[in-house]
Design a protein. Sequence first.
Length: 309
Amino acid sequence: MSAPVATGVIPELFRGLFDDAAVFPPGNLPIAEAVPAHRVHRAAWYAEAVGPFLCGAGRLGELAAVVTGGATPPASAAVAAATARGAEEAGATPLRVGLVLPGGSAELAPALAAAAPFELAGVELATRDAAEAVAELDRLLPPHVPAAVELPRELLRGDGLDAVLDVLVDSPYRAKFRTGGLVAEAFPDEDELAAFLTGCALRGLPYKCTAGLHNAVRHTDPETGFEHHGFLNVLLAAQETDRAAAAAVLAERDGEVLAKAARALTDRQVTVIRNSFTAFGTCSIAEPLGDLAALGLLSSPDPLPQEDR
């Protein structure tokens, strides 16, 4: 049985896929604007697509000040209008925060303490030593809180990839892979990303991605010339265990081809894909939703959000 694209709701393939990384580059939205915008997203009809609010360890104090009223967010027209439509209701719920710790395990204990005012949705820990990171997460992380471990891409090439994935597969934690950045070298090619995806798939290891995946379909950015992976490409490649097959899916640039493949997925395939590719951080919630609507994979009962970066 095929999994149809639902009307007026978020299809299972995209639920919880878009972690809100509005305060990270290239969006760099001020926290005082990003928090009310996130609350708008969480009160909107597409809320099921939106994951937690991502915040770096060094900005948790600023975030707490905004959430508790210590900073007044600018009354932009978009935020004001959305608030009138029900953002106040979303503001009554605790802010779900994902901690992003680029400084490694040394940041874990103080960040957990600083995150006390929030509902902790997860931890993303960058490290150069997967085993050490796993040990520290085991020691300090509350048992109900999920985590993802990110290693530099240069350590995931050749035999290094297998070694890291083998460490993580024996832990309760996801892998995290960086799919873009502010320079061309930050974007892995299809083969490198395919190696990571299939390595995880063969082990049954879940993962998240971050950076460069705002759009659904692989493309060349007309301003920077950077080669961006599409999140729909990654979703479809997540079910592959053959590296060449995964690379071919990642290389596809025809949105209609990808949309047709997404519509043909069975319920079981959707489950396999989302058990593997759990989420990605995006500094825009509007862009991915708009792309899905344009491809006919999302039918919106109300207007989509305006650009939020």
